[in-house]
Structures are given as C-alpha cells and as structure tokens.
Design a protein around this ligand. Structure first.
Ligand SMILES: [Zn+2]
Length: 163
C-alpha cells in the first residue's frame, strides 16, 4: 500500500475502501468529462476553420491571438490540447526571492523566482474551457509553470538584508 493509502486507512478507518473507490470514480468522471470537451472542441475548430486555406487561417489566428488578455505572470499562452492553437492558461502567481552569493560567501543580491499555479484554460479558437487543476491535468496541461526571466522591478523591493 502506498503512503497515501496508509494515511487514508488511518484517517477513514473502515471507510477507507469506500473513500478510495469514490476518489477513483470522481477522477474517472473528470477524465470522461474532459475527453468529451476535447472532442467537442475539435469539432468546433474543424467546422470553423475547415473552409479556410492555411494562409487564411494564419491571418485569422493572428487576430484571434491578439485578443487574449495575456499577462506576464498570470495569463500565458499555451498550446491547446484540443485544436493545437494557442489558448490562455491562467491562474495566480507566487514570488520567492532567491539570494545571490559572492565568491567569499557574502550576499550580493536577490532575484525573484516566479511560479504560476494554473487554474483555468480557455481557447478562443475552439471554445475549449477547462476549470480546475484536475481538468487541466486530465488534458495534460501544466498546473504549475515557472515564469522565465521575471523582471525584479515588477515586484516589491527585495528585503533589506539582500540589498
Ligand atoms: Zn483550442
């Protein structure tokens, strides 16, 4: 039995089997719902764009993508699991300050590490909407994203001891 299983056993006692079955069922249900959403969105995409030439699609795609309310840390573009175009992955971000050291071991400064926790995905091309970490996972989308090259000026000043 895995560690989680043992904890469940301790916590739920004789009901652990019931709880486990229920968890498995709700996960299976999420997977089923997401599979249906993906299939529906593939149809939407096919109906919308099948009449267009590739070159036309690229032009349309540019204008559609321009409508995403992209934000550097909370709303980023991600490949859509249904249609393959760019969709918007959104959530909330956390900042942690890491410390830089000099060769002699003294602290020379700090830099921010920004992690976005994703909670929603929406695609303007195929109307796919996924809500919650479970649905994102079921569609193979990331639920945590390291934001590359965050700008320190976007956040609070590093604490005094780092400067
Ligand atoms: Zn899509």
């Amino acid at each position: 039995m895995d560690e989680l299983g043992i904890k469940r056993q301790e916590y739920f006692g004789e009901f652990s089997k019931l709880v486990e079955t229920h968890l498995d069922e709700s996960l299976a249900e999420t997977n089923r719902n997401v599979a249906e959403k993906l299939a529906r969105s593939r149809n939407v995409y096919a109906q919308r764009y099948s009449a267009l030439e590739d070159a036309q699609i690229e032009i349309v795609a540019k204008s559609v993508e321009a409508n995403y309310p992209v934000d550097r840390y909370e709303r980023i573009l991600e490949d859509c699991p249904a249609c393959g175009r760019h969709g918007l992955l959104s959530g909330s971000f956390e900042v942690e300050w890491e410390v830089d050291y000099e060769d002699d071991g003294s602290i020379s400064g700090g830099y921010p590490v920004v992690t976005m926790t994703a909670s929603n995905f929406s695609c303007f091309f195929c109307d796919l909407i996924l809500e919650g970490a479970l649905e994102l996972q079921a569609a193979d989308l990331p639920t945590t994203v390291n934001i590359e090259d965050p700008d320190p000026a976007d956040f609070y000043d590093p604490p005094d001891e780092y400067s």
